[in-house]
Design a protein around this ligand. Sequence first.
Ligand code: PGA
Length: 255
Amino acid sequence: MSRRRPLIAGNWKMHQTAASAAVLVAQIRAAIAPESYADVDVVLCPPYTALSAVAQALTGSELSLGAQDVSAHEWGAYTAQISAPMLLEFGTRYAIVGHSECRGYARLGDDEINAKVRACLQHGLTPIVAVGETHAEHAAGQTIERVTSQIRAAFAGIESAAVEGCVAAYEPIWAIGSGTSDTPEEAAAVIAAMRAAVPGLARARCLYGGSMKPENAAALLAQPEIDGGLIGGASLSAQSFAQIVEHARKAVAAS
Ligand code: PGA
């Protein structure tokens, strides 16, 4: 089977003002070799306040815009939330759903994550559904159990044909921002278990996230189960981000 088309998404988290985001986009556009887009989808997920500036700075490029979260609701009395129709206004095509930092700080639970995935699908946004286990769960050998439970809940009741068009990301919490990623073999095994747990996910793109950087991206992306990366820290440097995109392009060429 030929490889699924890789996707490299930059999760900028709470970094960049609108002004600095426009500068970073210009640097990223200059750093990524234009031929990469023939083989790799590249997505930037800035903070909400920079969506407009980034959308403008992306004009005429093949980069796509993503958001870091989305409300499960369309409109209404939901102070501080941002809905799918609001994101679509800027040309946003993807939304990260269930990032561990939202599950943690914002106490986001499985049912609401499922509702957010449904809101994305209803409005034509592609969810990037993030799952991952804590350090304690990892140490206790509960990784597969934890991750498959999260991914089943996120896609509960959603038809497999719709799941196929979604994106999932395995992000071990203990690897995020730590500088040390999971091993390529272990990450691939967890992703294989995620695919087996949800009908349709075998055909969907599944990313790895958690300290992916130029130094380890080639080995991670060489795993056929790993269709790309959700990149935090390394996405804030145009050079690092572009190098990861280049590793994804080479992984396609090698397959
Ligand atoms: P990191 O973050 O690449 O800085 O580890 C990844 C993420 O949280 O999505």
